[in-house]
Design a protein around this ligand. Structure first.
Ligand code: PLZ
Length: 456
């Protein structure tokens, strides 16, 4: 094993006592992580993969500390979850207070105030000032499942329209709604019926078509192949997350929402990845001024505790019979306490400005790199949700191998990065909003070195 020794130059900040620096004291993964990885292979289903087999002991600010003592820069936030920072002190305090008082009652048996407070907060924060209601669940997929249940109960229709490159989860219904086969769907069918997929605006690959032009193709497809009168809901991510941070062309979401309204179809925004200040607004729907009928949230809502929600028009949310929505752990007291603390932190710290500042820094670094590395075909995203799509220079042919090589380089050099995209050729950046800017720049220095080492 080769021992490397890399320490960030001149970074003195700490977060929760953790020095905010990249520090490598072993190879990555180190020997302890390798031992743990062997245990994992022995005891954990092979179906559960890991992107980087480095076992984590502590985290906070902009770093993950592994069991070998390496300090890695966190450019993923556990897939857009720890937006307020890992082990954010406000969140840990609120959770500790809550679990010391009671851990669980089941809201459907004997309720508690935290659940109601989270719903009220969501009703206030989400786009639109119409009367709203919310319901809480545990995972993103569960929120999507429930949004579909609610939409079907309200409209008394069954068809659900989703878009190409969309991702909505791994349960049976949400697998059907997710576009990409590998690794999400392969060998897991049959899938839920009445799910239909239409084109989405993908400016980099649409050969000049505008957002409204792609929406026209999509809505005509709905008319001709499904029949608008059979459709309960159109569901889309305002920025496609797993699909590669595709930002649909201006006017696409608006046109889809208008078509939905004209045909008494509910328009549902899946903000599970894009919500809660990630894009520089509380919700990414706001960038287009779209007011969804229902909105699903999870991930960044609760600083790392499992919580998800469906929020929407009161008359829609109340159309379900009493007892029709729930779940043993849905809206658990600890997760509700974490959500209230996280949202409170976002409001008190102007998290949207932090996201925009981080986004501006990332976009500038990536634009600069694009002048030297023509494999960067597209730079896109909003706020602290930014990505590059890599192609064979001079074409739009996806270069997934290069993304893989860059990803391995970043991991080996102490930067935790994530990939994405239907073609596997997107490199995405989702730092926590507590990331110190010098550390963010260091992560991009490493990325630049990765390009230099892996391109001609
Ligand atoms: N909708 C928009 O991004 C989760 C998936 C990670 P769950 N995305 C990360 C993986 O490989 O499983 C996601 C999302 C959008 C729904 C979901 C599903 O959320 O909490 O993972 O169920």
């Amino acid at each position: 094993m080769s021992t490397t020794s890399t320490v960030s130059p001149g970074i003195t900040a700490t977060y929760n006592g953790l020095p905010q620096q990249r520090r490598l004291v072993t190879s990555v993964p180190g020997p302890r992580s390798e031992q743990m990885q062997a245990l994992k292979a022995e005891h954990v289903s092979a179906g559960v993969g890991v992107a980087l087999p480095v076992f984590i002991a502590k985290a906070g600010g902009g770093v993950l500390i592994d069991v070998d003592g390496n300090s890695l820069i966190d450019m993923g936030s556990g897939i857009a979850v720890t937006t307020v920072g890992n082990a954010n002190p406000d969140v840990t305090q609120a959770v500790q207070d809550q679990v010391a008082a009671f851990t669980h009652t089941c809201f459907m048996v004997t309720p508690y105030q935290g659940y109601v407070d989270v719903c009220r907060t969501l009703n206030e924060l989400t786009p639109g000032d119409h009367p709203k209601r919310s319901a809480l669940f545990s995972s993103g997929a569960e929120a999507i499942e429930n949004a579909v249940k609610i939409a079907r109960a309200y409209t008394k229709r069954t068809a659900v329209v989703v878009v190409e490159h969309g991702y909505h989860g791994r349960t049976n219904l949400t697998m059907a709604m997710t576009a990409k086969n590998m690794p999400y769907k392969q060998s897991f069918g049959p899938f839920a019926p009445e799910v239909y997929r239409v084109p989405v605006s993908y400016p980099f690959r649409d050969r000049g078509l505008t957002g409204p032009e792609v929406a026209e193709i999509a809505t005509s497809r709905i008319d001709k192949e499904i029949g608008a009168g059979n459709v309960a809901a159109i569901i889309m991510e305002p920025i496609l997350g797993e699909g590669g941070f595709v930002v649909p062309g201006a006017g696409y979401a608006t046109a889809m929402a208008q078509y939905a309204r004209a045909n008494h179809i509910l328009f549902i925004a899946d903000e599970i990845q894009s919500g809660f200040c990630r894009t520089g607004d509380w919700f990414a729907s706001a960038h287009e001024g779209v007011i969804p009928d229902l909105i699903t949230t999870a991930k960044g809502i609760a600083g790392g505790l499992p919580l998800s929600a469906v929020t929407g028009r009161a008359e829609v949310m109340d159309a379900v019979h009493a007892g029709g929505l729930g779940g043993t752990y849905a809206g658990s007291p600890a997760a509700c306490a974490a959500a209230l603390a996280s949202i409170g932190w976002m409001a008190a710290n102007d998290a949207n400005s932090l996201a925009r500042e981080i986004g501006d820094a990332m976009r500038a670094r990536l634009a600069d790199m694009a002048t030297r590395y023509p494999a960067i075909g597209d730079i896109r995203g909003r706020g602290a949700m930014m990505a590059i799509e890599l192609i064979v220079p001079g074409t739009t042919r996806p270069d997934a191998d290069l993304v893989g090589a860059l990803n391995r380089y970043c991991h080996a050099h102490g930067v935790v990065t994530l990939t994405a995209g239907t073609y596997g050729n997107v490199f995405r950046f989702l730092p926590p909003l507590t990331m110190p800017l010098p550390l963010l720049h260091e992560a991009f220095d490493v990325l630049e070195q990765a390009f230099a080492a892996n391109t001609p």
